[in-house]
Every structure is written in structure tokens, then in C-alpha cells.
Design a protein around this ligand. Sequence first.
Ligand code: F0G
Length: 465
Amino acid sequence: MQPSPTSEKDTEPGRPQATYRFRCIGCASITSSAAQDFRCSECGNLLEITDSSWNSNNPTALKSLWRERRTLNATLDLSGVWRFREFLPAPQSEQSVITLREGNTPLYELTQSSRRLGIPRLYAKHQGMNPTGSFKDAGMTVAATFARQAGYRWVACASTGNTSASVAAYAARGGMRSLVLVPEGKISWSKLSQALDYGALTCQLRTDFDGCLRLLQELVRRAPVYQLNSINPFRLEGQKTLALELLEQLDWQPPDHIIVPGGNLGNSSAIGKALLEMLDLGLIPRLPKLSVIQAEGANALVRTLREAGGKNLVSVQAETRATAIRIGNPASWEKAVKVLQATGGACEQVSELEIAQAKAEIGAEGIGCEPASAVTLAGLKKLLRQGFVKPEQTVVLVLTGNLLKDPDFTMGFHRGDLFQGTADERESGRLNPFRHPPVVLDASLDAVIKTLEQAEKSDPPHSNV
Ligand code: F0G
């Protein structure tokens, strides 16, 4: 990268194409093109995008350029991803970019949780406020653009729901067709309905996410479809912009901790890559610690680190109600191990009850998120108890999906039947103070007033943690 903010024209999108290469994360061999499966032809490991021409000649000018673009109306500047195009591989032209004005997501103060936990500086970066309701859009705008540029008519993914919604939307916007493979009965209706509405060919396979991904890997070798899972390194380049935008929102003062949910581990890898690149280019003076939280029932990374020292993957048979992260064989585990080690972050797991409570607490802040995102708050509580996070530190939770993504979970929780018939049923009673079940009444003023008075008398909810 050669940031030259003063001379740059708005129509010049990103870094010149010739400057980026694919680098294998295993044997470090460098190539100018990648095979369909995005794996190294030498050793079979995953590829990442690298740019040998980067230098840090003017971080201050780059920061003002990015800020200035927020006031402009050019297509690329309206995207919170392409606004940071110096950090992205360059598409052929501005017109070749497929965008839904992704990114530009809010950074909220979590005031109630902050008070309850005694951490004055606690924030949530809400990626669920993206066009299709999840963080996937930030990566999809880049990967879909490169798919169309490479001449593909079909794009495809395996998904626990959010990727499929995003793939389907960006394919539709870009005039491509999409094939999505999802585990039958294991993704929320809300996400599935998005894929249908955006026109995807939707296959509900009788397997889990890991089975869908395995099948996709074989499919891309046999059919001319371009895979848009996070194995695709263009996805991760786009997802890096979450970290750039976050740091901009914090006036380039790095937080002490960034906490992110872990599933297939693409997002943590992308955020970590961005942090390391920002440090390298002099955009930030030090690294935040990047921590990954998983559901106890889908804890492959936790076990990989604890039982194998991060050296080989310990796969699990995944089971969690946070279906977005119901993944037992995460593809990007090695990338995630590297960024955890480089930033000094932690890896923790949280229970189903802890996830449900944290989700209700984030909802009660007027913000809300889907279950997978709530692992971050549940994980933070654990990291605070362990002393890994100190109350005086600045903490950012990455909320990855919108509250509306999983209404079945939310309704089950508030009705009180989410844990019915499970081992957690008895203990789930302690979550009652967090429930707000609907009240069915006759349509009479008296009945409503009586209910209002009763509610006023009862303890305010969430007074206990
Ligand atoms: N949060 C949400 C809401 C997700 O949808 C996902 C992954 C994650 C967290 C985990 O991110 O995989 O990068 O570690 N969803 C994928 C999907 C797998 O198919 O939608 P990750």
C-alpha cells in the first residue's frame, strides 16, 4: 500500500491489483492466484492475502482521508467497508463493486452491564446492524465482488444461517446465482427466510454445518461455483474493516480487550489480522488483546488450546442453542490460534444458561443481539472473575448478529420454555427475573391498569446478576 491521500481520486478503488498475493499460513509460500478451495498447492493449508508494497509512510493522512470519506456520497465512500479501501485488494473499478452500504455499524456504550459489572468503559460494536443483519456483509461485499470479477455465475456457501443470508443478498445484487447448503432443522427460520427471499437455491442437508462444509469443498472441485465461506481470504479482508472502523470510533485509542464469538473462526482471524496490520502501519501504538468465546457444546478452539497446546485441531460434535456457532470442526482454527497468541488474548467457553442470560441483558439495554453474539458478555463475566480483564480496562464486545435473527430463541426464553425437557430445566428458573413474558388479557381498561399497577409494584427486572 502507498497511501497518498492528497493525490487520490475517489474513483480509484483500493490497492492496485498487482500488489496483493496469496500467502500460505502453513508453509508461507506466496502465489499470485488461488485454487477453488483456497488452499496451498504445496501443503494444503489455508491462504491469506498479503501485500508486499505496504508501508507506513503516513498514518495520520490516512486517518483523515477515511474520516473525510464519511462526508462524501460516492458509492464506495458510502460503504463502511470500501471507505477503508487502502486495506483491501483492489477491484477492477468502482462499478465492479457489489455493495449494500455495509459497515458503518454503531459502537454502543453498554451502560447497564457496565454498572452491574463495575467496568466503566464497556462497549458493544454491533455488526448485527449490517444490511442483512450480521457481520458477514462486511466480508461478502469484497468476496462477491471478486467472484463476479472472476466471471462466476454461481456462488455458494455452507452455513449456519447468516452466511447464507449474506451470500444470497450479495449474489442477487450482483446478478449472480447462489447455492446455499444449510443443516436441516438447525438454523433459524429468520435466516432461512432471508436466503429464500433473496432468491438462493437453498438446500437443507440432513447433516450438521461441518457436513455441509465438507460437501461444499468437494463441490467446488467439481462444479464452476465460487465458494464464499470464510475460507475465502477475500471475505476476511472485508471483515478486517470492523477493526478499522472500531478504532476510528475510539479516536484510534486501542481498547484493552476485544471479545468476539468463535464458530468457524474466520471473524476472529480477520480482526486479529487487521490489528496486526494496523500496528505494523503505525495506525495504533499497541495491540488490544483479542479473546474468543465459544459455547461449551461447540468448544473446539478451547479444547484445541487446552488439550493440544494449539498445535492440532481437537474437533467436537457440536451442540448448542446458539445455532450460528454450532460448529465442531472450525476451518480457520490455525489462523485464530495465531492471532490469539500474537495479541495475548484468552479463549473461554460459556454455558447455555450463561448465554441466555447475557442475551436477555443485552436486550434489556435496548440493543439486543442473537444468541451467538451474547457469548461475548457471558465470556466477559468469566474473564473478569479470572482477573484476565480488569475493571478499569476498556472492553469492546463484538455483537455479530441482530436480535431479529432468532425469534424462536427469544420467544422460548421469555415464555419460559427454552430449556424445557433439558438438563438445564431446573436451574433455568434462576433466569426468571430476566424474562418478560407477554400477558394475555381481556380488552378492558381495568385489566390493563391492574396489570400496570402490578408491574410497577414488582421489583425492577435485572436487579440481580
Ligand atoms: N456470530 C454469528 C451471529 C455467526 O453467524 C457466526 C458464524 C459467528 C458468530 C462465528 O463467526 O464463524 O467467523 O467464527 N456464522 C457462520 C454462518 C458460520 O454460516 O453464518 P466465525
